[in-house]
Design a protein around this ligand. Structure first.
Ligand code: UDX
Length: 461
């Protein structure tokens, strides 16, 4: 079986490496972060990802970690580039890391006599492979693409939280290259990896492969900003509920049901960054991307909907204790990158609220952002205790299973702002004050807190 190396051990790099290792491939993971390498070498993972731990334990024999690109190139036949391409302040992507590793890979290739495949998995704006990566690799290696080494764009569609499953069962593989041999070599590898369960493989050129990734994420972001706009409209009409609207339009096969969940806006390491990068690259080539700019703008403003809801429910936020359930950008991850919770907490603090937060996985990351400014609860009930209001910002299963009585029992006033629409409003409105994104606040709900609480308390006693 092929020996494969991975340069950049973030979510995509490490998950892909471990998945290959679990199928018997000998793998070398390269990263420049010594702390991360120490964590991995001691058998631990630098982030939480369902199923990865078990797979890592099983596949350890096929997994090696190093900070040395020369060693990785020498001891593998194929290298996946999986380093980050973060946003610069103006939205365009920062190619520093990718250029750095390409130079190092190019230099290492100079000393290699056998053919070596280079596969770009990092998300890069259109034409980067042809105009930047190819040039660097050829210059540094003094060798030719197609003859001495291969170069392919193979974008990644895996989601955090379901990354292992997405790697084993992708909806599509895209292989972009200008060189037939490189394409065929990678296709062969993936067919071997998937054995009988190979997904559809789309062969194209590099620029299309690069664009497919951006178009994919931009469309997903558009769906979320679209449904969030509808949610904001729903919030103004008596009886309107975005959940009902989303369910109905999702039944139209031309629309589809996924990515129509209204909430506090999309977060995570990709969607926001990729939309901004596509805007930036469009402007650079003289196209004004009106739609993408609106998608981005809706998302920048969406967290404020939650803050506004809190203000309409609680009035003056000064001194009010607000319990935040969930801060990760979505469930099943400890990732706080671009999480809407950050903006929301910041605004609540600016309005004088006292914030107490809980998350099953992401509290350590939250502490790095807010330090002593907020209180960190050990569990969801501690978080609720004596709070004036509870705001749900991540759809963790342990919150979904909570009952109205849990809120009544612990909170000063059982008042919920469901930022993720995890509850059925009808189950809550009788015993708590229940408000949600995309649901117009009921006038009665806005006024009868204490009555509800006292009735409920009496019933519990
Ligand atoms: C995304 C893409 O889905 C994936 O294909 C790509 O490779 C990387 O970027 P990820 O960032 O892991 O994956 O998360 P995703 O599941 O796409 O969710 C992104 C954000 O959108 C989350 O904050 C999520 O809560 C939000 N979202 C998603 C909604 O608010 N509503 C929805 O209906 C779906």
């Amino acid at each position: 079986m092929e020996r494969i190396s991975f340069v950049g051990l973030g979510v995509v790099g490490l998950i892909t490496q471990v998945c290959f290792a679990s199928r018997g491939y000998y793998t070398i993971g390269v990263d420049s972060d010594e702390q991360k390498l120490r964590t991995l070498r001691s058998g631990n993972l630098p982030f939480h990802e369902p199923q990865l731990r078990e797979l890592f334990d099983e596949a350890k024999i096929n997994v090696k970690f190093s900070d040395d690109i020369d060693y990785a190139i020498e001891n593998s036949r194929l290298t996946f580039i999986t380093v980050g391409t973060p946003s610069k302040p103006d939205g365009c992507i920062d190619l520093t890391q990718i250029m750095h590793v390409c130079r190092a890979i190019g230099r290492a290739l100079r000393n290699k006599s056998e053919y070596h495949g280079v596969v770009v998995k990092s998300t890069i704006v259109p034409s980067t492979t042809d105009n930047v990566i190819k040039r660097i690799l050829e210059e540094e290696s003094n060798k030719n693409i197609g003859k001495d080494f291969g170069l392919v764009v193979n974008p990644e569609f895996l989601r955090e939280g379901t990354g292992v499953n997405d790697t084993f069962h992708p909806h599509l593989l895209v292989i972009g290259s200008s060189d037939k041999r490189s394409q065929e070599e990678l296709e062969r590898l993936w067919l071997e990896f998937y054995n009988k369960d190979a997904p559809v493989i789309l062969m194209t050129n590099c620029v299309n492969a690069e664009l497919i990734k951006y178009a994919n994420n931009a469309f997903l972001a558009t769906k979320v900003s679209f449904i969030n706009s509808i949610a904001n409209i729903c919030q103004k009409f008596d009886g309107a509920d975005v959940e009902k609207v989303a369910k109905a339009i999702g039944m139209d096969p031309r629309i589809g049901p996924l990515f129509l969940k209204a909430g506090p806006g999309y977060g995570g390491s990709c969607l926001r960054k990729d939309v901004k990068a596509l805007i930036s690259v469009s402007q650079a080539i003289g196209f004004y991307p009106t739609l993408l700019m609106a998608v981005d703008q809706v998302n920048e403003l969406q967290p404020m909907q939650v803050v506004e809801l809190a203000k309409s429910v609680l009035g003056d936020l000064k001194g009010k204790i607000i319990a935040i359930l969930g801060v990760a950008f979505k469930k099943d991850t400890d990732d706080m990158r671009e999480a809407p919770s950050i903006k929301i907490i910041r605004h609540l603090l600016q309005h004088g609220a006292k914030v107490r937060a809980h998350d099953p996985m992401a509290l350590e990351s939250l502490k790095k952002i807010f330090g002593g400014e907020i209180i960190y609860a050990k569990n969801k009930f501690e978080c609720l205790t004596n709070a004036d209001c509870c705001v749900i910002l991540t759809e963790w299963d342990e919150y979904k299973s909570m009952k109205p009585d849990d809120f009544v029992k612990y909170m000063k006033t059982p008042c919920i702002i469901d930022g993720r629409r995890i509850y059925n409003a009808n189950d809550f409105v009788h015993s708590t004050k229940y408000f949600a994104i995309g649901l117009k606040p009921d006038k009665e709900q806005l006024t009868n807190t204490y009555k509800i609480k006292n009735q409920r308390k009496r019933r519990l006693e």
